[in-house]
Design a protein around this ligand. Sequence first.
Ligand SMILES: Nc1ncnc2c1ncn2[C@@H]1O[C@H](COP(=O)(O)OP(=O)(O)O[C@H]2O[C@H](CO)[C@@H](O)[C@H](O)[C@H]2O)[C@@H](O)[C@H]1O
Length: 437
Amino acid sequence: MRVLHVAPEAYPLVKVGGLADVVGALPKAMGPLGVEASVLLPWHRGLSARGVGEVVFTFAGREERAPLGERVEGGVRFLLLGVEGFDRERVYGYPDDAERYLRFVLAAKEVAKGFDLVHAHDWTAALLALFAPTVYTIHNLAHQGLLDPAPFFHWTGLPWTLFHMEALEFYGKVNLMKGGIVFARQVTTVSPSYAEEIKTPEFGMGLDGVLRRHAEKLVGILNGLDTEVFDPGKDPYLPAPYSLKDPSGKARAKEAFRQRTGLRPPVLAYIGRLDPQKGLDLVLKALPRLLELGFSLYVQGVGEEGFRQAFLRAEEEHPGRVRFLPAYDEALARLAYAGAEAVLVPSRFEPCGLVQMIASRYGTPPVARAVGGLKDTVEDGRTGVLFETYHPEGLLYGVLRLFRLGAEALGLAGMAKDFSWEASARAYLEVYRRALG
Ligand SMILES: Nc1ncnc2c1ncn2[C@@H]1O[C@H](COP(=O)(O)OP(=O)(O)O[C@H]2O[C@H](CO)[C@@H](O)[C@H](O)[C@H]2O)[C@@H](O)[C@H]1O
């Protein structure tokens, strides 16, 4: 079976968040099951690849050409598509994102012709479901890809008959994610709990009705971790390797983390995008009390300016107790996963979440909110702590409970857990078979 993954980001070529981890790891995990997978990405600035040809496609009624590159990393074949609009600093966050990614999809549709199945990820690739046999994965319902119908139909050349409630129309706009859900042969999301939650108005972000109508083709498959990439036993970013059998190297990581950050333990770490999804308002509100109780805080992430300012202020006000790294930094993230006493994942909603799994793999227990994939991956009281109420008190209670139970013991229990892709890869194979059957 030949499958083409289509996505905006994939580790190790380009990563903003967890989507990249998944798109980088899943193709590898499917190999042993007989699925030959390639990953198609936009040719973002700075990526090098061997030119392998040119893709001819139609955009806004005109013929365009885009160079196609190829590069193999970690056994995965990446294809890079050099359509206009991607020679830029960032992956997302431009006013013309909808246009650039539509152009990418219309070119990707030509590449897809050489494959049995497309596996499209998130809103940017959703529209492929209209052009090829597609499995569509929702990584986050918060980003749906909304745009005005007039430019959409002009650029794509699709008929206006698709502009109705059971197809692409969404409150007067075109909704690309809705198109993915309606037209894909199978729809997946990244945890069983999130698959249930998104069928309710509370978590459905306006698409719960559509998801309920298409529930028979919707399945929740838990993300795994690339256990080769995230392995404290051979992580080049750590001062010494360690494992469940011999965790002694973890003390070295703690020491290195302390020296690097100047924070006195116990340190609570947040690593991730600075996004309202992630419950950072709870962290900020609980901060004074956490500091009073003797905890320090480490925050690493990029995203919303409001959060950036708030954490810069917190760092300034509490030298030696709060450190904020407003950057994407793989090396420091690994050191934090290994060197902090606990990680905080107080999300409002969380489709799956990789942060809590990575932390566990590095022997650091998570304090997480009992939603979505967090509920499916953190064993409350055994590998970490889950709290229910979206309130600073809920988070505080969770932190205190974790340390009462013994952070170290919970961390070790987490290290023993299987976070690999194995079971989930088999579940995806079933979905692929259904899509083609
Ligand atoms: N500043 C920084 N420096 C270094 N590393 C950083 C970083 N900021 C984030 N990361 C890394 O990005 C990843 C975050 O992944 P998550 O899955 O936890 O959340 P995200 O919301 O990005 O993903 C979305 O997609 C994934 C994939 O399906 C879902 O698990 C999730 O619930 C959904 O919200 C982790 O590997 C983390 O270490």
